[in-house]
Design a protein around this ligand. Sequence first.
Ligand code: SAM
Length: 242
Amino acid sequence: MKIDVVTIFPGMFAGVFAEGMVARAAQAATCTIGVHDLRRWAEGRHQVTDDYAFGGGPGMVMKPEPFFRAVGELKAPGGRVILMSPQGRPFTQSVAAELATLPQVLLLCGRYEGVDERVRLALCDDEISIGDYVLTGGELPAMVVIDAVVRLLPGVLAEGSAEGDSFATGLLEGPQYTRPREFAGIAVPEVLISGDHGAVARWRRREALRRTLERRPDLLASAPLTEEDRRILAELSQPPVI
Ligand code: SAM
């Protein structure tokens, strides 16, 4: 997979991509990540990438021409051009999984008041928001998208590791423990040290259901649930007997 980012602040990405899973994926050639300075495609001695807004108002708008030239040069066959925008479709685990199947994602980062509308209309295939808040630029959203996508690529995480993660199964993941067996006066649940893999799997499923019911009951409406899951949820929903 190829991931390209177009930004006026390419230096922001260096530290984030130098360590962790994204670096490992790039080293293993699972994906190649290119961070490109939009100014490369800007004109004039000052390589200006923004201009005043037609109609007036405070703040600058990013000019369309540099983005058009950048995409013309960088877009690969089958690639998807995505504008980072607070007005885009919400970024979720299933969007990350969808992007992880593509040969290329090309992320365009806005700044200032945003990007000239013609970039969205004539250049972009998709528009993604990482949440209902406004950041100063598309760089942090692009990093979020890249991190979430890269960890889904084959060989990046340990086999099966992403499958039990929150949202991957439609539920939140249950609690996790490591050594020591007792810490801060709290013991690891006995079942996890029982060596009974079936019992561990049933406990994990039940705890995932419990956690989802407590924290994100909205997810249950679309989660794929078995009859047994529904029975457990009904049981967990009972008021405690005093
Ligand atoms: N004036 C725009 C609006 O109200 O919709 C906001 C522009 S914002 C200050 C500048 C840039 O940051 C945007 O063009 C976009 O690339 C990026 N950005 C800000 N918040 C974002 C979010 N929640 N998700 C994705 N990108 C975001």
